[in-house]
Design a protein around this ligand. Structure first.
Ligand code: IMP
Ligand code: MG
Length: 183
């Protein structure tokens, strides 16, 4: 969907499809370089990271394996609960692997901080994080995020994988919603 499809629900478009693609291509080039000669496993966090995984993986010029995890910390509201549960675990044995966690957004950073520690405890050779978007609050937790697409204002956003009550994930851009949508 593009902005004309959801015009009535939309407050602002923050990053266009073109801007997102451009930044993903830059991150992919950096990842190609950093992992040259190594075997990389990219781990997408369902469901939000589906779009960035698909675009990032295709922008890479190196072979990568892809696996998926589903964790829950949010429910259908807009506040992070800090409670993380594994809903779907990886199929891959991580022993000795270089792992790159791919996320849609880091808000409080609680989910990623928990996930990074969890994967590191499985005997990985390295675990790094790549996120399409990051909010200012992410700075409050000590979390080393190696690859960041764009920093966002401290507002709830949707699109490019990010939902509000399971809607708007399939917007090709990222934007904020008009207040009437939440009411
Ligand atoms: P954190 O644990 O607060 O960093 O939250 C991480 C997860 O919350 C993300 O992976 C998203 O699924 C969800 N989330 C955080 N902020 C937003 C937002 O602005 N829009 C949609 N989902 C969000
Ligand atoms: Mg997510």
């Amino acid at each position: 969907m593009d902005s004309t499809d959801v015009q009535a629900d939309l407050k602002h478009v923050l990053y266009t499809k073109e801007q997102i693609q451009q930044r993903i291509t830059e991150l992919a080039a950096q990842i190609d370089k950093d992992y040259e000669g190594r075997e990389l496993l990219i781990v997408g966090v369902l469901k939000g990271a589906v779009m960035v995984m698909a675009d990032l993986a295709r922008a890479l010029h190196s072979h990568v394996s892809m696996d998926w995890m589903a964790v829950s910390s949010y429910g259908s509201g807009t506040q992070s609960s800090g409670v993380v549960r594994i809903l779907k675990d990886l199929d891959t044995d991580l022993m000795g692997k270089d792992v790159l966690i791919v996320e849609d957004i880091i808000d409080s950073g609680l989910t990623l901080s928990w996930l990074k520690t969890n994967l590191e405890s499985r005997g990985t050779s390295s675990v790094e994080i790549c996120t399409a978007f990051r909010k200012p609050d992410a700075a409050k937790v000590e979390l080393d995020v190696k690859y960041v697409g764009y920093d966002l204002p401290n507002e709830f956003v949707v699109g490019y994988g990010l939902d509000y009550a399971e809607k708007y994930r399939n917007l090709e851009f990222v934007g904020t919603l008009a207040p009437h949508v939440y009411e």
